[in-house]
Structure formats: C-alpha cells, structure tokens
Write a protein that binds this ligand. Structure first.
Ligand code: SF4
Ligand code: SF4
Length: 229
C-alpha cells in the first residue's frame, strides 16, 4: 500500500462488499484544516466514503437480520464496516454522527465538486439527491487523489421550476430554510402517510437522478428514522 493511488484502489476493493464506494477526498491544508488529533493520529488527508442510489441497501438489510433491535442501525452498520476497514489500512474512521461534528458537507463538496440544493443536501449531477456519505477515513499521509473536474454546471442553476420547493404538502421548504417542525407535524398525522410510505415528496420531485431514487423499503426506513418512529 505504499503507492498513494493504489491505496484508493485498495480502499475501493475493501468497500465494495458493503456496496460502499470511496467518494474522493482531499489533502488538508490551511483552508481545509484537519480535525483535531485523536488517538495519536495527525490527519493529513481524508477519503470520503458513501454510496450512490441504493447500493448499500441489500448489504445493510442482510446485516440487520443478525443485528435486530439496534439503535440507529444504519449508523451502527457503517461504523462496524468502516472501523474494520480503517484498521486494515492504518487509517482512522470518522462519521457524520460524531461529536463535535466534522465538516462532512464541506469535505464532500470539495471532494466531488458538489453544491448544495435548495433542500439543503448536496446534489450530484448524475445521482441527484439519491446519494449519501456514511463516513470517512483519515490518513496520516497525503493521499494522491486523481484530478477531478468539478461539474461544469450546477443542476439547480438550470432548474427553472424548482419543484422541490413547491411540492411539500406541509410547505416546509422555502429557498432559505426547512421548517422541520412543520414536516414532523405533517408526518405524524394521517396526511403524512404518503411521505412515510414512499419518501419525502419534495426530494422525489427533483428530476435529477430520479432513476436512482431509493427503493421503497429504504425510503420507509429513512422516513421512520427521521420521524423518530
Ligand atoms: S428540483 Fe431543481 S432546484 Fe430542486 S434540487 Fe432538483 S435540480 Fe435543484
Ligand atoms: S417528508 Fe413530506 S412533509 Fe416532510 S419535508 Fe418532505 S414532503 Fe414535506
């Protein structure tokens, strides 16, 4: 694993059985500063780990059969998978749920050149809103990332209608904020069954990457987790 580029290839191979992929990364500098040293590691670079579409879902569901009744099971699955892989690579795994929060969204935007949609989540030019980051690997040396070219055009810049902002039946979104209480109130009532069963209607209204939308049972899982059910 001495060659930095081959490390990315080997990380990709280690992630593949989980349906996870490396999603770029960055070498820390004065602008993108490393997180505080933890457990002896001074991080020099970070590799983001996540998925596109529903690639993790069958792997997570199989694991879940053997790990019932876990609190926040997707986070637990991610931590188990990435902690084992990190140990194999002499890296340190970190997660979006860690406290204090790490700047995952900032790292992710830099790693893949993605920008934020009006819904607050990053939008990918191919996968739209149907992708996520499950964690990251910190390395004590600078990983040599292949040159990536930021998408020439941010999908939301050319989306005249912006249906994501007008579809929510609770009116929870505007271009500046998300009224989380309005959303949760709607979900708790009978009218919320459509979102609870099939996913957030505002997210589903986005035309970008619609073919990669999560499967219904995955939508239901995420909605139940969000609603705290
Ligand atoms: S509907 Fe349009 S503005 Fe909204 S997230 Fe999708 S591309 Fe962006
Ligand atoms: S889950 Fe439903 S109520 Fe909540 S923001 Fe999405 S569309 Fe609106």
């Amino acid at each position: 694993m001495s060659d930095a580029v081959s490390i990315l290839d080997e990380v990709a191979a280690a992630l593949e059985p989980y349906g996870l992929v490396p999603r770029g990364g960055l070498v820390f500098d004065e602008v993108d500063q490393a997180p505080p040293p933890g457990e002896g590691m001074i991080a020099k670079s970070v590799v983001l780990v996540g998925h596109y579409g529903s690639s993790i879902w069958p792997h997570f569901m199989e694991w879940r059969q053997w790990h019932p009744n876990m609190i926040d099971p997707l986070d637990a699955w991610s931590k188990q998978a990435l902690s084992e892989i990190a140990a194999d690579f002499g890296a340190k795994s970190v997660f979006p749920s860690d406290r204090p929060y790490l700047p995952f969204q900032q790292w992710a935007g830099r790693a893949e050149g993605l920008r934020t949609s009006p819904l607050g989540m990053l939008i990918h030019p191919e996968y739209g809103l149907w992708h996520a980051y499950r964690g990251a690997l910190l390395f004590d040396h600078p990983v040599a990332f292949p040159t990536h070219h930021a998408p020439a055009c941010h999908p939301c810049d050319t989306c005249a209608e912006k249906p994501c902002l007008s579809t929510c039946p609770a009116g929870a979104f505007n271009s500046a904020s998300f009224a989380v209480d309005s959303c949760r109130h709607h979900l708790a009532g009978p009218q919320g069954a459509t979102c609870m069963d099939g996913g957030c209607l505002a997210r589903l209204a986005c035309p970008v990457g619609r073919g990669h939308a999560y499967a219904q049972d995955q939508q239901r899982f995420h909605m139940a987790a969000f609603a705290g059910i």
